[in-house]
Design a binder for this molecule. Sequence first.
Ligand code: UD1
Ligand code: UDP
Length: 381
Amino acid sequence: MKNKIKLLTVIGARPQIIKAAGLSRAILKSYSDRIQEVILHTGQHYDTNMSAVFFEELGIPTPDINLNVGSASHGKQTAMMIEGIEKVLLETTFDGIVLYGDTNSTLAGAIAASKLGVPVFHIEAGLRSFNKTMPEEINRIHTDHVSTLLFCPTEQAIKNLVQEGFKLNNLAPYHINNPKVIHSGDIMYDNTLYFGEIAEKKYQTIANLPIKEMDYVLCTVHRNQNTDNLEKLTAILKALLTIAESTPVIFPVHPRTAKKIEELLSAEWKLKLKQTNLHLIPPVSFLEMNLLEKYCRLVLTDSGGVQKESYFWKKSCIILRPETEWVELVENGYAHIADTDTEKIVSLFNTLRNEVKQEYKPLYGNGKAGEFMLSEIEALL
Ligand code: UD1
Ligand code: UDP
């Protein structure tokens, strides 16, 4: 009998933990007799509401290994992860490593595995902002270029890879020098479909807020370009305060942002943020987040994941960045780029607040990306 395929899944940051739920679920449902998944948590995110809450709520297997690296500078954090992942790969033979997205945990997995000849399977391959001042852009370019299977969520991601020299007509056997670029759809669409229904059953109130349907806007901000720059941070907050004059704003605050608000803002600003219509709350669980997205009027965000979830829930999105990797959202009029321009954010809010789009064409696959990716991994090994 053929041995089970043994995969090492590396996660570390909030969105990766959530994405990994999709693949783990597909393994348990259809592949548990053929694929064994070992989960390694780098420890990049460690607060209960940035990590543990997702394992409990989304039914993800407890990580077999936790490197507990915690927060540090990019070099130090990534180096500690590489060392830890390399040790695991040297101790146990794996058929491949599964990496998600574009964080330092992704890059560390890519470097450790590729140098040991372990095939890299990159989920969310090919995304580009074409802005190399973003740490994520550097992480994703490096990861893609040492991958064997590149699972692209969108047509645009495929085009981006072709522009960088990837070929779409490579034939098996696939390996680091002859990779396979695959249009897989987006595993987060699988997750929204699956957990969206469960969310409704689990929560009667969200984060203990007296929320009325369509009566509030949802905001998240965590990009270092926005949080670590006082001018940009206050430009966003000014817009939120203006919006809050007419509409409640619910803002689950990422720990990076909470830290910067505490460090950079004056006492006067901190007082302004106590405005009753502006709800700065701790990060919420994924199920709660889905409900917040489902029932809000619209979304303001600099998050990659939240931009797409706005579309999944048919909500207009104002992007608090100068560009996006998810260009199809903007091209189809589902999302709008405002960067940190206070006036533009407020004027987009005024235009979009009453707009209800009927037509949301499918952009991210059929909700079965996880199972499809596993079939490709099985075919390779
Ligand atoms: C990371 C990813 C980013 C992703 C985001 C998702 C990189 C380079 N960045 O950004 O791509 O969009 O995760 O949320 O990998 N902190 C805590 N508790 C935690 C985690 C972080 O307090 O559990 C604070 C620490 O002060 C830390 C800061 O947040 O220094 C930033 O954390 P870090 O993981 O370095 O980057 P993120 O901004 O979270
Ligand atoms: N999210 C969450 N709770 C929150 C904020 C976000 O569960 O308080 C989820 C969100 O629904 C999405 C993911 O976290 O699935 C996005 O992660 P984040 O914005 O941290 O990172 P990015 O997607 O920008 O890399």
